[in-house]
Design a binder for this molecule. Structure first.
Ligand SMILES: Cc1cc2nc3c(=O)[nH]c(=O)nc-3n(C[C@H](O)[C@H](O)[C@H](O)COP(=O)(O)O)c2cc1C
Length: 280
């Protein structure tokens, strides 16, 4: 096995050994193979022109039907950024690491412009159903991904923050988001103060399908992934020990099962309906 393949094998396990990632592939591919989220940053903010360039690159990503239903909000007013960061860090679901992120972006789905265009062109908007929300959310996610790839290629560290949706209504108010514009995820951006770790993933046999979806061997694959991950990247702490107890072995599947045994963002659907979406 060549060194260039190592991050993919580290990440996906032995079934990635066949994946070609030799010396002649573009460096951005090697960078992607070894990437990881960063949650510890040097204190200096990323200059606005750099963020603007990365936003432009992110918005070069594909967009459903060329509708361009996604916007990015660069939050660099110090008081506003502090208020949002503190909100993300506070409370039972708070994430302490967000308290002092150097630069913060909010990726939003935007179905409002389409409705404005329909009014301007005096055409009826007859697609006021789940797709209107879904398409905008997907467009925002694709732009987020484009930003992540570009920023990491530039040597910056990033970490998406879905926790912004724990505070969707308050955040909308702070950012003056009108109806039909909604936060999909935040993104912390900065100069890394730690090397990103290669976070292990389920084997490709589970998540890449050929011609048809299949689940053969899924439970065994999850158990093997749990073992592989616990040996190489054990969780620093178990989730919800008070409620679930201290497990002798604690792998990825136990962590995810515990995570989704607790209510999370149960009010998000009500927020989405309140800002005008019909989700039929
Ligand atoms: C849409 C989205 C939302 C996320 N939200 C959070 C978050 O709120 N807090 C956090 O620490 N990480 C968040 N993450 C980062 C994931 O935890 C991370 O991508 C995952 O653990 C895999 O690690 P890696 O990015 O280092 O490969 C989010 C990632 C995505 C794609």
């Amino acid at each position: 096995m060549s060194d260039a393949r190592t991050p993919l094998v580290d990440r996906f396990g032995p079934d990635a050994a066949d994946v070609e990632l030799g010396g002649d592939v573009p460096s951005v591919l090697k960078q992607l193979a070894a990437r990881g989220s960063v949650r510890k940053f040097r204190p200096d903010a990323v200059p606005y022109p750099t963020l603007q360039r990365l936003c432009a690159l992110a918005l070069c990503a594909p967009t459903k039907s060329d509708l361009q239903q996604r916007d990015i909000i660069i939050v660099d007013a110090p008081a506003l950024k502090s208020e949002i960061s503190a909100m993300l860090a506070d409370g039972p679901l708070g994430q302490a690491w967000t308290a002092d992120i150097p630069s913060l972006l909010i990726f939003c789905g935007n179905n409002r412009r389409q409705r404005r265009i329909d009014a301007l062109r005096e055409r009826p908007f007859v697609n006021d159903h789940l797709d209107a929300f879904f398409n905008a959310a997907v467009d925002a996610s694709i732009a987020l991904s484009g930003f992540v790839i570009a920023a990491e290629a530039e040597g910056l560290g990033v970490c998406p923050i879905s926790a912004v949706r724990n505070h969707a209504a308050k955040l909308s108010q702070l950012l003056k988001l009108p109806d039909h514009v909604f936060p999909v995820a935040g993104l912390a951006v900065g100069y890394p103060a730690e090397a990103p770790k290669v976070s292990m993933r389920l084997p490709l046999s589970v998540t890449v399908h050929r011609n048809a979806y299949q689940e053969e061997g899924l439970d065994e694959a999850i158990a093997a992934y749990d073992r592989r991950r616990e040996a190489a990247q054990p969780y620093a702490a178990q989730r919800g020990v008070k409620k679930f107890g201290l497990a002798e072995t604690y792998g990825w599947s136990e962590d995810k099962a515990r995570q989704y045994a607790q209510p999370e963002r149960a009010d998000f659907g009500a927020y989405v309906r309140r800002i005008g979406f019909k989700l039929d």
